[in-house]
Ligand binder design. Structure first.
Ligand code: FAD
Length: 177
């Protein structure tokens, strides 16, 4: 007697669901199980008053591969989305990622050269040594004002530790660093 399934897939998140779909398309029989009561794993959304709510945090789809784009469009309709985050720090609103808007909000400057001058005057000089922690990695890059306003408290909140207690590698992975 042949087995009822070719694959038992544990987890109905993006990986499990994609694998199951591709194997099913290839004629295999798949059984997908999940310990959660829903599919989609961390990307799961639920409907609340006609709105898709991301149960585990918001997700944005980035893709420049036509094959993947065609594949996902078999199952979902995508909205066009522009990511325009802002930060509220010390009672003021700042535009992110860092741009001339941010520098104007911080210092009132209107030209890139003025912003660079401000940052240069505040940069920590490590005199050639490697940064020992996240704070030492950030200060030579962005200077004291940007660090204190937009990096330090946000990082401490996210990691529940002061940046000087965190490894520099965390920030090295970030785009602005
Ligand atoms: C807050 C947040 C925001 C994110 N934003 C983005 C984004 O903007 N863009 C992006 O591309 N990615 C984003 N990600 C990452 C993305 O969610 C993951 O890369 C993706 O969900 C991983 O899919 P996965 O199938 O590997 O894992 P998961 O989505 O974690 O799915 C694994 C599934 O397996 C189940 N499972 C695990 N162990 C067992 C077991 N023993 N028995 C039964 N079931 C089990 C779990 O319940 C879960 O449903 C974000 C993640 C989070 C948390």
């Amino acid at each position: 007697m042949s087995a009822p399934h070719d694959y038992l897939i544990v987890g109905a998140g993006l990986f499990g669901a994609t694998f199951a779909r591709r194997m099913t398309d290839a004629g295999k029989r798949c059984l997908v199980i999940d310990k959660r009561a829903h599919i989609g794993g961390n990307c799961h959304t639920k409907m609340a008053e006609g709105i898709h709510v991301h149960a585990y945090g918001r997700h944005i789809f980035h893709c420049n591969d036509e094959g993947i784009w065609a594949f996902v469009n078999r199952f979902a309709q995508f909205n066009s989305f522009r990511n325009a985050p802002i930060a509220i720090a010390r009672g003021k609103v700042y535009s992110l990622p860092l741009s001339m808007y941010t520098f104007h909000q911080l210092w009132g400057v209107t030209r890139p050269a003025e912003a660079l001058q401000r940052i240069a005057a505040q940069r920590l000089d490590l005199q050639g040594r490697e940064p020992a922690n996240l704070e030492e990695h950030a200060l030579p890059l962005v200077g004291r004002d940007v660090y204190e306003t937009l990096v330090r408290h946000y990082t401490a909140k996210q990691w529940m530790r002061e940046p000087r207690e965190l490894p520099a590698a965390i920030l090295k992975a970030c785009r602005f660093a």
